[in-house]
Design a binder for this molecule. Structure first.
Ligand code: SF4
Length: 231
């Protein structure tokens, strides 16, 4: 299995896989080097760890051929597994459903905005239509478990004008995490002329308050750390 990073701290093992089926122009992860680790090696690491939680993220974990046996093995070890995905492979989410305790799915902008989605994913118009369809199916599947919708707030695409068109897709989620773009140098690279954290924190809070009308919990993440808002 190809991994960018493995870490184990604060009760959580994080496996960051390499490779993605999208080509987001602000993504740092698809440009990072990776290293091969065997399934057995990862399971052994988990067996010898006191951490109960496992986060499978990266770039895109659903592209790993051995994801299913890995999740089954981790599940059998009693680990609590959260799987992050861009939603492009709903059939994989369906397959691993019995072993997943929760999902994190990324929403980038209102899904019906094809042009914005093309800019944000680096996909052709034809592939964008497929992506939207797949993501809608993935949202449907993952709502049966704990679900965090992760939104990277790039102000040209996620703002008080567009958020009413995003909220229908977050209905049924356990929580929404709003990430202030460029606030973590390990997550993204400059895009659209932005080279420091955007939008301002008060705008992130305003978006959070709006979203609380749809989901019970919003988590803001950015230069002010992590702030939980509850309805
Ligand atoms: S931002 Fe997410 S979906 Fe986009 S290329 Fe990076 S890992 Fe893939």
């Amino acid at each position: 299995m190809h991994l960018i990073k493995i870490s184990d701290s604060n009760g959580q093992i994080r496996l960051e896989f390499s490779g993605c089926n999208l080509k987001c122009p602000y993504c740092i992860h698809i440009r990072q080097p990776s290293k091969e680790h065997s399934l057995e090696e990862i399971v052994e690491l988990a067996k010898n760890s006191d951490s109960t939680n496992v986060f499978l993220g990266g770039a895109e974990p659903t592209l790993q051929k051995e994801l299913m046996p890995l999740m089954e093995a981790l599940h059998n070890l009693g680990k609590h597994i959260i799987l992050k995905s861009d939603g492009m492979k709903p059939e994989v989410l369906q397959e691993v459903l019995p072993f997943a305790d929760g999902f994190v799915l990324e929403l980038k902008c209102p899904l019906e905005d094809v042009e914005a989605t093309m800019e944000l994913t680096g996909l052709s118009e034809k592939r964008v239509h497929k992506y939207i369809d797949m993501l809608e199916r993935s949202l449907q599947i993952s709502r049966s478990k704990w679900l965090r919708i992760w939104i990277r707030v790039i102000p040209e695409y996620v703002n008080m004008d567009t958020i009413p068109r995003i909220t229908p897709y977050i209905t049924g989620a356990t929580e929404v995490m709003l990430y202030q773009f460029l606030s973590n140098p390990e997550f993204d690279i400059p895009f659209k002329g932005h080279s420091s954290p955007v939008p301002p924190w008060d705008e992130l809070e305003e978006l959070g308050k709006y979203i609380l009308g749809t989901v019970p919990r919003v988590v803001l993440v950015g230069e002010k750390g992590k702030v939980v808002m509850e309805g």
